[in-house]
Design a protein around this ligand. Structure first.
Ligand code: HEC
Length: 129
């Protein structure tokens, strides 16, 4: 192989690898997730440490929390007894299909079915701490 061509090929592969790392780093975009939150969740959920519950429990610190345990909020029995811990994976399942994931829970939200928005939203929820 001609030396210049070989260097070009190596250069291109390095760029490709660097490109896929950039994609991984950007997989969850918290700023975009905050926009999704404002559009779809903020009407019922607060997200700051000092805010109280509104229509739904406050979501500050939700990642890693046991479901149905935020003090001062009247959860459904279904949520209190779900036994879930809000890991990113559980949040994605629940937010895709709230009624189907926690039967009898009272969150009146039909589900978010855009995987990229869901990823960004859960990244944003993870930043609320
Ligand atoms: C129309 C109001 C409403 C909207 C919109 C809504 N929620 Fe909820 N959410 C609730 C209610 C009410 C509950 C309490 C459910 C229960 O106790 O059964 C809840 C519960 C939750 C919980 C469980 C929290 C805990 O402490 O266990 C999470 C997580 C959650 N919502 C996230 C979201 C996210 C993220 C969005 C936006 C994609 C959203 N919700 C949109 C009303 C809403």
């Amino acid at each position: 192989m001609d030396r210049i061509l070989r260097n070009a090929v190596i250069g291109a592969s390095v760029a490709l690898v660097a490109g896929s790392f950039a994609t991984i780093a950007l997989a969850g975009d918290a700023n975009h997730g905050a926009q999704v939150f404002r559009g779809q969740c903020a009407v019922c959920h607060s997200s700051t440490a000092s805010a109280g519950p509104t229509v739904g429990p406050k979501l500050f610190g939700v990642v890693g929390r046991h479901a149905g345990t935020q003090p001062g909020y009247a959860y459904s029995n279904a949520m209190k007894k779900s036994g879930l811990v809000w890991t990113p994976a559980e949040l994605k399942l629940y937010l895709t299909n709230p009624a189907g994931t926690v039967h009898g829970n009272k969150m009146p939200y039909p589900g978010l079915h855009n995987p990229a928005q869901l990823e960004d939203l859960v990244t944003y929820l993870g930043s609320l701490k």
